[in-house]
Structure formats: C-alpha cells, structure tokens
Write a protein that binds this ligand. Structure first.
Ligand SMILES: Nc1ncnc2c1ncn2[C@@H]1O[C@H](COP(=O)(O)OP(=O)(O)OP(=O)(O)O)[C@@H](O)[C@H]1O
Length: 575
C-alpha cells in the first residue's frame, strides 16, 4: 500500500469544507420530490419543482431589479401564506439577510425594527399595508426608507385593503410580478463562509424590549437537521403551519420541511375549528404549537376523533401537565421541546423513553412537561448556580440557571454588544435567564424565568408549578402567577385566572380555587389572592405578559418595597 501521507498532513480541503447552509435543501427537494405538493393554501397548491423555480425567480430580482446588495437586510411582514414560505428561501438565496417581522406588532415597534435593522426592502402582506405604511411614516425626516413590495392574496374575500390608490403608489411592485419577471436560471448566492449571517429575528419581548438576534448559515443548518432528527420527522409528512413563520422561522421548520419533502399546509389565521378542519381535509401528520394553542385545541367544540395520529411539537412556554393530558386524550402525540430565538429552534427536549409508556396517563403527562435533555447536536447543557457557575445538585429541587453550548447559539445581538456579552459569557456558555432544576435522571425542568421567580419568606416559589396546579382545575382556562409584595413574607404568589367558557363563575369562587391549590401544593406556594379576568395580556407571540400583570398588581395597591428581589440570576432576561 502506498504510504506517503502522514495523519497530520491530512487537512480540510475545498471538497469537504464547503460552507454549510440550509438553502441547498430546496434544490434537492425539487429533484427528489419535484412532482409532490410542496405548499397548499386554500385552493392553491404548488409542487416542489414549482416552489424551487418561484424562489429562484424572486431571488434573482432582489439584487438585479430591486438593487439590494449582498449582506443587507430584507424584511417580510406576512402571516403563514405561500409567499412567506418562499421568502424564507428566496431572500437568503439572493445573498441577503432575512428578517421576518411579526404581523401582530404595532407600527411604532415595526418602525423601530426597520430602522434598527436598516432594512432595505420590505415584503408586505396586503392586510398589513396600513400597518407598514404607518411604521414607515414614523421614520424621522431625511432618513432613507425601505422599498416596499406588495403581497396580494386573491383568497381574501374583503379586498378593501387594496382600494387606496395613494397607498398602493408607495409599492414598487407586487410579489407575483417578481415571480414572472425573475430568472429561473439564477445561480443562487452560496455563503462564502458558513458563519455568514442568514437571518435576523427579533425576540418576543416577554421580559424586555425585543432584541435583534443574528444567526449564521451554519447554525441554522445544524439546528434544522437536529430538530428533524430529535422529533423523528419522517419523509413526506403533511405539516400544518400553526406556528408563525415570523417566530424564529417557525423554529427552523421553514427549511426543515424542504429537507424531508413535506407538504406545507399554509393558513392565514386559525382557531380550533380551522385547525381540526385542516387536519381532516389534508390528513395532517405534524404541527408545532405553543401550549396556549394546545389549550385552545383541547377546549374546542370541534375536538373529535382524528383521522390519523397528529404529532405535535410544543414549546415556547411551559406546557402544564393537565394541558398535555387533555390534548393527548384527543389523539395528538405530543413531543415537548425547549428553545429560544437565540438558538432558533429546539435545543433541549423531553426525549421519550419506551419504558414510560406503561405509566398511567397522568404520570406520563407529568414526565412530558419536563423540558428534558440536550438534543443530539448540542454540545452541552447544564443547570448552574448563576453566581458561581457551579452545576446544581441533581436532586430535582435546587434551582439554577440553564446554560447551553453548541452550534445553534446565535452569532449575537445586532448592535448590542453589551447584551451579547451578558448572555454569551467568557466561560463559553450561553446563559438563558431560565431557572430550572436538574432531576436525578439528568432531565431538567424549568421552574421560572429568572425575573419571575417568587421569593416568599426566603423560599423560592416556582410560578410554573403553581400555574400547573391551577391548570388542572376543571374550570380554569388560563392561569398566570406573579409576585405580590407582602410586608411579612417579602412576596407571595398572586394568581390571575380566566375561566373556561360555560364554567359558571359564581360557582367557582376564589375560596374554592385556593382550597384546590392547598390540596395540590405546599402551603407557602398557595396564592394568597386569585384575580378573575376575562382575558390575560399576551405578547405578539402569544406568551402571557407577566410584566403587565405585575403592573396590575401594583395598581391594585400592593406596595413594591421588596419586589426587586424576584430578579433571580443574572442571565439573558435581566436586561
Ligand atoms: N418548553 C418550554 N418550557 C418553558 N419555557 C419555554 C419553553 N420553550 C421556550 N420557553 C421560554 O421562552 C423563551 C424564549 O422565547 P423567545 O425567544 O420567543 O422570546 P422571549 O424570551 O419570550 O422574549 P424576550 O427575550 O424579548 O423577553 C425561553 O427563554 C423560555 O423562557
């Protein structure tokens, strides 16, 4: 055997170090699944071959016709409709950075985001025209404004949003004109370096103002494939787009569904009835949904037998065991993942063990409500004392902060090096600002966000645990527990509760709910007060806004001398 190359001389070469990027999934899908349905929306559908061509055409126009330069930012303000799916490929295929913006934000916030990102071009859904024009009108005089492209939607019955000629004159063209005009022979722009940025996503603003998170092609490639493996997504699933694509690119599944040749069932808006109808019509096999959506499904009058098992990945907020139990009893097969905008997708999940199947349903739900262990591609995950950085005991009791290491960690916050340095520490860990315990079996369980831990008489009260008890009460629809300043205890838990429709409120008194909590919780964890509300305030991504509830507590006359003590830890959310 020839023997002229030593081990140490074997180095990376061009052939094995091509920059990783998720964009290549689309080209492959057009070959493997070319004639299969890629996207379906009402009566409209495309094949993977058509989606590939449409994306190339739009990408070709972004530089040539619209003049956006490599590395600049292009925004999209649209719900889960086919152009939104396509733009997740077309924008970065043009060598520019994709910035999806939540359609539920107000004009002031969108205006701040467009200026902060220096976005050069915005694709605007026709129902967001007024919103985006108001946002652009808020730009200071003499500040350059982005070009606007209009996404029209013939399936909308009320077309009045498109009747103001003056508004329409502000748009350079319509999206479909780009599809017509563009070239399908366009050579899409591969990243020169896999660390080149691909997306800019703003956080939900649950704990502070939204921050602009930048991810690389490499990070997105890894989290996308990791998320498919972790969930066990097979080839050619039917994927229902209940999770907004503007929320961290639908946790990476915008690109992931191309890797497995899925059918993407798009929808503009949803409720329980729409979801059940689409599941039955398209025989949906997979969907992602925040716990609040699971709650909506389990309370839906349309809930009924499913035509086939529907696999649901839930995350984004702690799923109460009672909600998991109710949703699984309808036939949904739930997986539970934990992630954040700074990781793009799921990085910790409650990896299910076959042995657990023999446990009773309530025990299975309790186990599943734990966030779990790192996904295969993450390097390390730990729960540490936020001050010393030392791992907490694996006793399921000692609270610490979740820290992470791995390829999915963001490049950093745009124009905010202080915030980046606060969470990506020199020790090489990303500090999440989420407080958890580590169980003896190595599975972690979130107890709170560091800002929401309640410290009552020196004991840490997990608002998540109290909420979980409240969610198991048959009359409770939603629950959120926050700290209430207390002269003697420092803080005590205060519960905000909404009741299920039909539950007669007169018969569910505060006293009854408190008694119920006393049966389920240690004495110091039982809320001292229950406030009934018709609705709880939510962020634009559907998370309960605890800071607003804390303001309400203040306005109820509780003094706040000691409320600052509930900032536990020093991570991401303390900014
Ligand atoms: N499975 C889960 N269980 C409990 N909490 C979760 C889970 N998944 C996500 N979360 C919560 O959501 C957070 C990530 O949310 P996201 O990135 O949308 O923005 P945000 O953190 O809510 O907003 P901001 O950082 O602006 O306050 C996590 O840090 C965690 O607190």
């Amino acid at each position: 055997m020839p023997n002229n190359t030593n081990m140490e001389e074997l180095k990376p070469r061009f052939a094995n170090s091509c920059p990783l990027t998720p964009l290549g999934f689309l080209e492959r899908a057009s070959i493997v699944y070319g004639d299969s349905i890629s996207v379906v929306y009402n009566d409209l559908s495309y094949t993977w071959s058509q989606t590939h061509t449409r994306c190339l055409r739009v990408a070709s126009c972004i530089e040539s016709f619209l003049g956006v330069k490599k590395g600049q930012v292009v925004s999209v303000v649209a719900p889960n409709i086919p152009p939104m799916y396509e733009l997740n490929f077309a924008v970065p295929m043009a060598g520019v950075i994709l910035n999806n913006i939540n359609t539920r934000l107000n004009a002031v916030t969108i205006s701040v985001m467009l200026r902060h990102s220096e976005s050069k071009l915005v694709f605007v859904d026709q129902l967001s025209v007024r919103l985006v024009l108001d946002a652009v009108n808020l730009f200071p005089k003499n500040t350059p404004t982005p070009l606007l492209v209009l996404i029209t939607d013939e399936s909308i019955t009320d077309q009045t949003s498109l009747t103001d000629v003056k508004d329409l004159e502000r748009f350079v063209c319509c999206y479909e004109e780009l599809v017509e005009k563009g070239s399908e022979n366009f050579k899409w722009v591969r990243p020169v370096n896999e660390w080149d940025p691909i997306v800019l996503n703003y956080t939900s603003g649950t704990t502070s103002s939204p921050k602009g998170v930048v991810h690389s092609h490499r990070g997105v490639f890894v989290v996308t494939l990791d998320s498919l493996i972790d969930w066990g997504v097979p080839k050619q699933p039917v994927y229902l787009w209940t999770l907004p694509m503007f929320h961290a690119n639908g946790w990476g599944y915008t690109w992931g569904t191309a890797a497995v040749g899925a059918t993407n069932v798009c929808l503009r808006r949803f409720d329980g009835e729409i979801i059940f109808n689409l599941i039955r019509r398209h025989r949906v096999t997979h969907m992602c949904a925040a716990p609040i959506v699971l709650n909506m499904l389990s309370n839906s009058p349309n809930a009924g037998p499913l035509p086939n098992p529907v696999h649901v990945m839930t995350g984004g907020a702690p799923p109460p065991a009672a909600v998991l139990l109710r949703t699984e009893s309808l036939g949904f097969v739930i997986s539970h993942g934990y992630g954040m905008t700074e990781m793009l997708g799921v990085v910790v999940s409650c990896a299910w063990k076959k042995e657990w199947n023999m446990f009773p349903a309530t025990e299975r739900a309790r186990l599943k409500s734990r966030q779990g262990v790192r996904t295969a591609a993450m390097t390390e995950v730990d729960v540490v004392d936020p001050n010393s950085g030392v791992s907490v005991k694996r006793d399921g009791l000692t609270m610490g902060e979740i820290v992470l290491k791995g390829s999915c960690v963001m490049l950093g916050y745009l124009k905010n090096s202080t915030a980046t340095a606060k969470c990506i520490r020199d020790g090489g860990w990303f500090y999440t600002g989420d407080m958890a315990v580590m169980h003896p079996d190595g599975y972690l369980e979130i107890k709170d966000r560091s800002k929401d831990v309640i410290i009552s008489g020196g004991e840490n009260v997990s608002s998540v645990e109290v909420e979980s008890a409240l969610y198991s009460h048959p009359a409770v629809d939603e629950a959120a527990v926050v700290a209430c300043p207390d002269e003697y205890w420092g803080e005590t838990p205060l519960a905000f509760v909404t009741l299920k429709k039909g539950a007669v409120r007169v018969t569910v008194t505060e006293k009854e709910i408190l008694e119920y909590c006393r049966e389920k919780l240690a004495h110091f964890m039982v809320p001292k007060v229950v406030v009934f509300r018709d609705k709880l305030p939510k962020t634009s991504t559907g998370k309960i806004q605890k800071f607003t509830l804390k303001e309400i507590v203040k306005s109820m006359g509780y003094s706040s001398s000691s409320s600052s003590s509930s900032s536990y830890g020093v991570g991401r959310s303390r900014m």
